[in-house]
Design a protein around this ligand. Structure first.
Ligand code: ADP
Ligand code: MG
Length: 228
């Protein structure tokens, strides 16, 4: 089955609350992290315990950072950016993870694309999230393809396709809900945050998937900020 998931605005309220909580937790956490570093240097022994505490704190920090993206769409910095360069940078970031998992990233970008009015860091986060999910879905290795094409006169389309496990229809409907994950080490925030960022760019996301075949994510981004 091929299913279509179109994102709605339902997460706005939940998202804002989550971001508020994330903000409140982050400050004390930063203090705790600082003191743990200090204790680590004075106590010296039981290094591995400190390392565990530190890595768990970093895990919490990562969750908070994802949630904080939802906080202030107005704080986003929109500037014209070259999508090709942006995606090449993301690919470089992801490369080591791909190589370790026996995955080939195939990047194909149409030449002379217009610049996209966007918040570069947030859009990078989106592509990192989608590409990581693709890699994580291909436990036996495979190909992750990233295609960039002009779409009509006012948009650019990015298609990210993997050859991973795929998503059954009943799960497809839940993707993007906060904390929905099927992974032991997952937090179930990547898709929600990504949808929100794309929505803030007046873009669209479509995800189609077939179990055992793979998943295709299509992202439409307007060149200006007019809704596509
Ligand atoms: P996480 O990756 O931490 O689980 P995400 O929000 O990024 O959280 O993804 C939520 C869930 O959506 C994943 O746990 C997985 O079940 C599913 N998913 C997302 N992308 C893919 C993909 N490319 N292939 C298979 N499943 C996916
Ligand atoms: Mg993820």
């Amino acid at each position: 089955t091929r299913e279509l998931l179109q994102h709605s605005e339902k997460l706005t309220m939940v998202g804002q609350m989550a971001a508020g909580i994330a903000h409140e937790i982050r400050n004390p956490l930063t203090a705790i992290k600082g003191f743990i570093k200090l204790l680590q240097t004075v106590s010296g022994n039981k290094r591995s315990y400190w390392d565990i505490v530190t890595s768990e704190i970093e895990r919490i920090e990562q969750i908070l950072n994802e949630l904080l993206v939802l906080a202030k769409p107005t704080a986003a910095q929109y500037k014209p950016e070259d999508l090709k360069t942006l995606l090449e940078n993301v690919t470089t970031l992801i490369d080591s993870q791909a190589i370790m998992n026996n995955i080939e990233i195939v990047f194909d970008c149409e030449p002379n694309l217009p610049a996209i009015e966007c918040d570069m860091n947030r859009l990078k986060q989106v592509f990192i999230n989608f590409m990581k999910n693709g890699i994580e879905a291909m436990t036996q290795g495979g190909r992750l393809s990233v295609e960039v094409r002009r779409h009509a006169h006012d948009a650019v389309k990015v298609v990210i396709a993997d050859q991973g496990c795929g998503i059954p229809p009943e799960k497809l409907a839940r993707i993007g809900q906060p904390f929905f994950t099927t992974k032991e080490e997952g937090n179930g925030l990547g898709m929600m945050v990504s949808y929100k960022i794309i929505e803030d760019h007046n873009g669209k996301v479509k995800i189609s998937s077939e179990v055992g075949v793979g998943t295709v994510i299509e992202i439409l981004l307007p060149i200006g900020k007019e809704t596509v």
